[in-house]
Design a protein around this ligand. Structure first.
Ligand code: PMP
Ligand code: GLN
Length: 383
């Protein structure tokens, strides 16, 4: 068996979703909205399915989506992007990450990561022969430890993989933190792969700044977005990459042999989605912010130690004040079985289980208000 991958079990999202289904629990574990996405975007996919060729689209993506990705970069971040040489469509951000990491990492290269981290990062980096260098941010404020980050960089650093807004910490990196990261990347002549799938789910008037927009970073960054998050269409698995030609070339080499392409009607519908009015994007953030407030307040009333959430659709809640004695994996099993609500143990986002944060559960709040209220009622009845 493969020595690297055999060290991993089944992804926590699959395990918890399956368990939630078996037990009939409300699934606030795996991150996905419970609505059907914007109806105009879904209608655009249906129309494209009927009208357009359903054969292989071009390897880099259909031109209209690549043009829309370039225009989106200009509109929101004032980035000038050449759609023909600097954009690529992927089968979700996951494939974008795999293509970037396999395309850019040589065996023995060091990769800086900030922990807690999304669960596909480490397996892909290790399989690419990269050597992870982890730096931790600590709850509840998840501030970037500047000294530890600087110490994680070396002359072997190939890249930093940065996720902002950050899953599961629900942190939006500040301009100052990004400036510090940018300086390290430049100092060590490295790159940054920027997982920005939650770019439009940012709260309280905070601003998401792509690292790519900082001085000197345009040619050092790869920016990844996902229609799954931006249009609440996680099952479509449509992602997009923006990078300068020198970086995009090796990434596209991997993409062509991993998946080659992505369903054409979904690409065309996402192109339509990206050209929606600003009100679509601000509406998404406002709707998620209202859900965050509703759900966080409910958790607080039950007695959870609820952490701040600046972005993403996850909120982390400490369960120690409820008097639960076990760790987070036990807590999440317990609430599925006894309360009928599923969450994700935050320790799943750490490399080393022994030293992981084990006191906190991550709840996904991108659900109908009635579903959030019912989940809160179930938890309140139990605790
Ligand atoms: N990165 C992060 C931080 C995520 O949370 C997710 C999925 N929820 C992904 C990447 C994967 O996105 P996709 O579904 O587009 O592959
Ligand atoms: N990104 C989602 C989450 O964090 C899960 C995606 C998946 O199931 N692979 O919950």
């Amino acid at each position: 068996a493969n020595a690297i991958l055999s060290g991993y079990g089944t992804t926590v999202f699959e395990v918890m979703s399956r368990l939630a289904m078996e037990k009939g629990a409300i699934n606030l574990g795996q991150g996905f909205p419970d609505d059907n996405g914007p109806s105009e975007v879904v209608a655009a996919a249906q129309a494209a399915l009927a009208d357009r060729p359903n054969q292989y689209p071009p390897m880099m993506g259909v031109p209209e989506l690549r043009q829309a990705v370039a225009a989106h970069n200009k509109r929101f971040y004032n980035l000038d992007v050449d759609w023909q040489t600097e954009t690529m469509v992927t089968s979700g951000a996951t494939e974008a990450l795999a293509s970037c990491l396999f395309g850019l990492i040589e065996p023995g290269d060091e990769v800086v990561l900030i922990e807690p981290l999304y669960d596909c990062y480490l397996p892909i980096i290790r399989r690419a022969g990269g050597i992870p260098k982890l730096v931790r941010v600590e709850p509840p404020r998840w501030e970037l430890p500047y000294e530890a980050l600087a110490a994680a960089f070396s002359d072997k650093t190939k890249l930093i993989l940065l996720n902002s807004p950050m899953n599961p910490a629900a942190k939006v990196f500040s301009r100052e933190e990004l400036g510090f990261i940018a300086d390290l990347v430049k100092k060590h002549d490295a790159y940054a792969v920027c997982d920005e799938v939650y770019e439009h789910i940012v709260f309280d008037g905070l601003t998401h700044h792509p690292l790519m927009t900082l001085p000197g970073m345009r040619e050092r960054c790869v920016r990844i977005g996902s229609a799954g998050k931006t249009f609440s269409l996680t099952g479509w698995k449509v992602g997009y990459v923006t990078a300068c030609p020198a970086l995009l070339q090796p990434i596209s080499k991997c993409h062509q042999f991993l998946v080659f392409t992505t369903a054409p009607n979904l690409q065309r519908a996402v192109a339509f989605g990206l050209t929606q009015d600003d009100s679509y994007f601000t509406g998404l953030a406002a709707s998620m912010q209202a859900k965050r407030d509703r759900f966080s307040e409910g958790l607080r009333r039950i007695g959870f130690a609820v952490q701040p959430c600046q972005g993403t659709y996850f909120v982390n809640a400490g369960f120690a004040p409820l008097g639960f004695a076990g760790d987070d994996a036990e807590f999440c099993r317990h609430i599925i079985e006894e309360a009928g609500v599923a969450a994700i143990p935050v320790s799943a986002f750490y490399q080393d289980q022994e030293s992981a944060v084990r006191t906190t559960a991550r709840f996904c709040f991108s659900k109908q208000d009635a579903v959030l209220d019912e989940a809160l009622d179930r938890l309140a009845r139990h605790f």
